[in-house]
Design a protein around this ligand. Structure first.
Ligand SMILES: Nc1nc2c(ncn2[C@@H]2O[C@H](COP(=O)(O)OP(=O)(O)OP(=O)(O)O)[C@@H](O)[C@H]2O)c(=O)[nH]1
Ligand SMILES: [Mg+2]
Length: 423
């Protein structure tokens, strides 16, 4: 594949973690024991995607695979909140569909210019020790850690948003047609698979404009990987209308009727949606056609009205453009890829727990709640330990321990902490 185009890539993203809350006490002249004044940590930066029509490939992501937003800064003395981490805005081409790599769930379709999507929120800042002070605890020596964030792998997939898609065998004149209808200048040459990446062109009309996508040619067996395979069909998956080109002159010795059937067969093998997309059938290279009867024969065989054109002599182009325009105006706009509503990239932390009475009489507490406590409380003083015990009490853990028969002097193990229960 050429180096200047990429439409599928996996990247790693991570929001910034929250800054830790500060532990600090006022140091004022002539005031021996000032109160706690540790400020809160700052919030971490978000991971935000933004659609930009000035990009048309995912190539930049080939060179940078990891995107990590800035962490929130630590809280400061004097009740100063730490600085929030900057959001990381990742620009992607319009039409980029974002999936969670692990589950393949669609999390966003960045469909319109300037559209944004907050994929991951930055961690919240931890509370400073000033927040933990009350009448019975005037000088808390602990603070809360900032919320940690996790990295996720995302799959970015470019599903071009075009109104019209050109399909057909290689060399039937798709790129040439694009070049005469729009200002696009795709590569044109007399060999198969000249086009190896999709080309886009805009048709400008008095009443507005629409976009045509020209993709690499298809051949029989493309669904099994023949030629360039089905790979590029993703770029016409959401067009309003397909313009199906058939070389009516049979300049390469193939039968136009067979060509037509084979291509439709390949579209069907790719998806029902492509097979049911409205189609305008175009007979190309009419200037090379010697026997005009072939057109009638073709039309009769496929039971459809056809448009006969030559991009060389410009025969039939006006009528074709008129028909495309008419249908584009009538058909619904290119559809969005549906987002999986039930899927959330960030799973709420599990705060359940379980208690096991071990053979040696120790009560072992495990589960999400324990992980949460270890992550969120700095266990470096008796006071923070007391705080942890309060959380355990509030969440009903202590009551359950007692119900299980915990008495004064029994050992309780929570995470790395082991203590003897005292009333
Ligand atoms: N005589 C004649 N030749 C044409 C016409 N349109 C295109 N060609 C020629 O047909 C050859 C193939 O044209 P392309 O536009 O590159 O064909 P394509 O369908 O894009 O081919 P791939 O990109 O390989 O799939 C080139 O040599 C063109 O000059 C036409 O209307 N009449
Ligand atoms: Mg081409």
């Amino acid at each position: 594949m050429a180096n200047d185009f990429l439409d599928y890539v996996k990247i790693i993203v991570k929001a910034g973690r929250g800054g830790d809350g500060a532990v600090s006490f006022k140091h004022e002249k002539y005031v021996p024991n000032g109160g706690p004044d540790g400020g809160d940590g700052g919030k971490g930066g978000d991971i935000v995607f933004e659609a930009s029509s000035s990009l048309n490939t995912l190539v930049p992501f080939r060179y940078q695979r990891k995107y990590i937003a800035e962490d929130g800064a630590k809280g400061q003395p004097n009740n100063c909140t730490g600085r929030s981490g900057q959001n990381l805005v990742i620009k992607v081409p319009v039409g980029t569909v974002i999936r969670d790599t692990q589950t393949n769930s669609v999390v966003a379709d960045l469909y319109a210019e300037g559209e944004t999507f907050v994929a991951l929120r930055g961690g919240r800042g931890g509370k400073g020790n000033a927040r933990f002070a009350h009448s019975k605890r005037q000088a808390p020596t602990f603070s809360q850690l900032g919320e940690k964030t996790e990295q996720h792998q995302l799959t970015l997939e470019l599903c071009t948003i075009a109104d019209v898609g050109l399909v057909g065998y290689p060399n039937v004149g798709k790129s040439t047609l694009l070049s005469v209808l729009t200002s696009a200048r795709p590569k044109i040459a007399n060999y198969h698979f000249t086009t190896i990446n999709p080309n886009l062109g805009v048709v400008q009309l008095m009443t507005g404009s629409f976009v045509i996508a020209d993709i690499p040619g298809l051949i029989e067996g493309a669904s099994e990987g023949a030629g360039l395979g089905h790979y590029f069909l993703r770029h016409i998956e959401r067009v309003r209308i397909i313009v199906h080109l058939v070389d009516i002159s049979g300049s390469e010795g193939r039968d136009p009727i067979e060509d037509y059937k084979n291509i439709n067969n390949e579209l069907k093998k790719h998806s029902e949606k492509l097979a049911s997309t409205p189609q305008i059938v175009v007979c190309s290279k009419a200037d090379l056609l010697e026997d005009k009867e072939n057109i009638k024969k073709f039309e009769k065989a496929i039971k459809k009205k056809v448009f006969v054109i030559s991009s060389y002599t410009h025969e039939g182009l006006e009528e074709l453009l008129e028909e495309i325009k008419k249908q584009v105006e009538q058909l619904p706009p290119p559809s969005r890829v549906e987002v999986d509503k039930d899927f959330e990239l960030e799973v709420k932390q599990d705060q359940s727990y379980r208690i096991d009475l071990m053979p040696d009489g120790t009560f072992l507490v495990t589960g999400g709640l324990v992980d949460f406590l270890i992550q969120n409380v700095v266990l470096d003083s008796t006071e923070s330990f007391a705080f942890m015990q309060k959380v355990l009490k509030d969440r009903g853990v202590i009551a359950e321990l007692k119900a299980m028969g915990m008495k004064e002097g029994d050992t309780v193990e929570i995470g790395d902490v082991e203590f003897e229960w005292v009333e």
